[in-house]
Write a new protein. Structure first.
Length: 487
């Protein structure tokens, strides 16, 4: 572990991702008829979050808590120390954080958004405090605004060119950062947030050079950097592939540099290392003391943080496995394969291929649907209908209204097809490709959506929608004409 792996090439010249693991436990899947899938959409308010897994064939909603766990993680869970306080499981986790993330102090939490809540509670002191960041994540934005804060997203123009080839579209715009600090005032900026990798613009990474430049600005103005490390391993893997300075480095070396440039590192273990959990870590004892009291208040005691100690054991092993390139690379390699295959067949995708999932450009594929009718949500519903594959809307439905209740439209309308680590087979990925190519060819049959139930916060989780016409029935009829009695 930690040694950069050689490239595996096929004699045929084909770019086929090779799984460097074997499946020893399997879980049965079902592919229900399209008629049942249409019923499920109406029952779930055309919101893929509200679908029941009994109706889902391939679940590509998220990689959060859905990555396959290793045999070593499962084994570690069997010798957990069930103590309420002072658990040895915590100390093994603490050692893993110090070994991998190079941070001495760690506060466990039940998941990443719990860590975001603690950070927002601790550091947003007054209404109007501003958090500069490379891009927001839904729950981070919700917690910041809940405590009266605001965000400003500082990306380079290249980040918004969906079919760009720029290797680091997640870079934070350094010149704009300095301008924002001068105009806002240091006293009104609790911290700078960097997300590895930027989820909502297609899982795009930032470079170490960019983070170094952000660090210089932060030091010049006495500001802290908070790193959302939930997709740290994948960001590090793409740095190995794309940043020439690190072409011969190891995962561990790159991760150490990234975390070393941040004052606070927090993560969702549901993405980074395990199926549950999260944590906040730092090398600054003063920061630790600023946050310490909030963990027992919101989460649980300091050595279990609101989750099972069995999960803490799995988190510890998962952190060490983050150093293993063969484990980390499987998801980005499958994503690259799917994106390139779809692009070759005319399906508009976010490029270059990023992490977490393949992202379909719904704004282009559904250009006939106005943004007021949520094209990414419509595409997600349509794709489930014709395939049984559940993706996630990453567009305006994932936004939230402003303080006056006005709709805020997303910079991008994307359908995210998550590729959890070591879960899907290549034939399943090719099924996704096949059905999406068919849907692209029949895209004019897809119509818009409207809200019929809209909660005030995180509406993409719980909101209910309905089609603006009978387009789902027409799409189903075309599917039956082309596929007959096929599922």
């Amino acid at each position: 572990m930690g040694k950069q792996q050689p490239v595996i090439r096929f004699y045929s010249g084909e770019d086929i991702p090779l799984e460097l693991h074997k499946a020893r436990i399997v879980q049965k899947l079902n592919l229900v008829p399209i008629e049942r899938r249409l019923e499920a959409l109406y029952e779930g308010g055309f919101n893929t979050f509200r679908l029941n897994t009994r109706d889902i064939f391939l679940d590509m909603l998220t990689d959060s808590g859905t990555n396959a766990m290793s045999d070593m993680q499962l084994a570690a869970m069997m010798h957990a120390d069930d103590a309420y306080a002072g658990s040895q499981s915590f100390y093994r986790f603490q050692k893993a954080v110090e070994d991998v993330l190079k941070k001495k102090y760690v506060l466990p939490a039940h998941q990443g958004r719990a860590a975001e809540n603690i950070l927002a509670k601790a550091y947003i002191r007054k209404k109007g405090d501003l958090i500069p960041m490379n891009y927001h994540f839904t729950t981070a934005l919700a917690h910041i605004t809940q405590y009266g804060g605001r965000i400003v997203e500082l990306l380079y123009d290249e980040a918004f060119r969906i079919d760009s080839s720029h290797p680091f579209k997640g870079n934070l715009h350094v010149e704009k950062l300095e301008q924002v600090i001068r105009e806002t005032g240091v006293e009104n900026i609790p911290f700078i947030r960097m997300e590895a990798s930027t989820n909502l613009i297609g899982g795009q990474p930032f470079s170490i050079q960019n983070m170094r430049e952000v660090r210089k600005v932060a030091d010049a103005y006495g500001l802290r950097i908070v790193l959302d490390a939930s997709l740290l391993g994948e960001n590090a893997y793409l740095i190995l592939q794309r940043e020439p300075e690190f072409a011969g480095s190891t995962m561990g070396e790159v991760i150490e540099i990234m975390t070393g440039l941040a004052d606070i590192v927090y993560f969702s273990a549901r993405k980074l290392s395990s199926s549950r959990g999260g944590a906040i870590c730092t090398n600054n004892h003063d920061i630790y003391l600023e946050l310490e009291a909030l963990v027992p208040l919101f989460e649980g005691f300091l050595t279990y943080g609101g989750i099972s100690v069995r999960e803490i054991e799995a988190m510890a092993v998962g952190l060490y496995e983050t150093l293993d390139e063969t484990m980390i690379r499987q998801s980005p390699d499958f994503i690259r394969y799917l994106v390139n295959s779809l692009m070759a067949k005319g399906v508009p995708m976010v490029t270059p291929p990023g992490v977490l999932g393949a992202h379909v450009n719904a704004m282009q594929l559904c250009e006939h649907i106005p943004q007021t009718q949520y094209p990414a949500g419509s595409l997600g519903a349509a794709f489930f209908l014709i395939s049984g594959v559940r993706g996630m809307e990453r567009g305006s439905i994932s936004n939230q209204r402003d303080e006056e209740g006005n709709e805020t439209y997303a910079d991008m309308e994307l359908l995210r097809l998550a590729v959890p680590r070591r879960v899907f087979t290549l034939s399943q990925i090719k099924y996704v490709e096949d059905r999406l190519v068919w849907l692209n060819e029949n895209r004019r049959l897809i119509g818009g959506l409207k809200f019929i139930y809209e909660p005030p916060v995180l509406r993409f989780f719980m909101g209910g929608l309905a089609p603006v016409s009978d387009w789902p029935e027409k799409l189903m009829a075309k599917f039956r004409k082309d596929f007959g009695d096929s599922l």
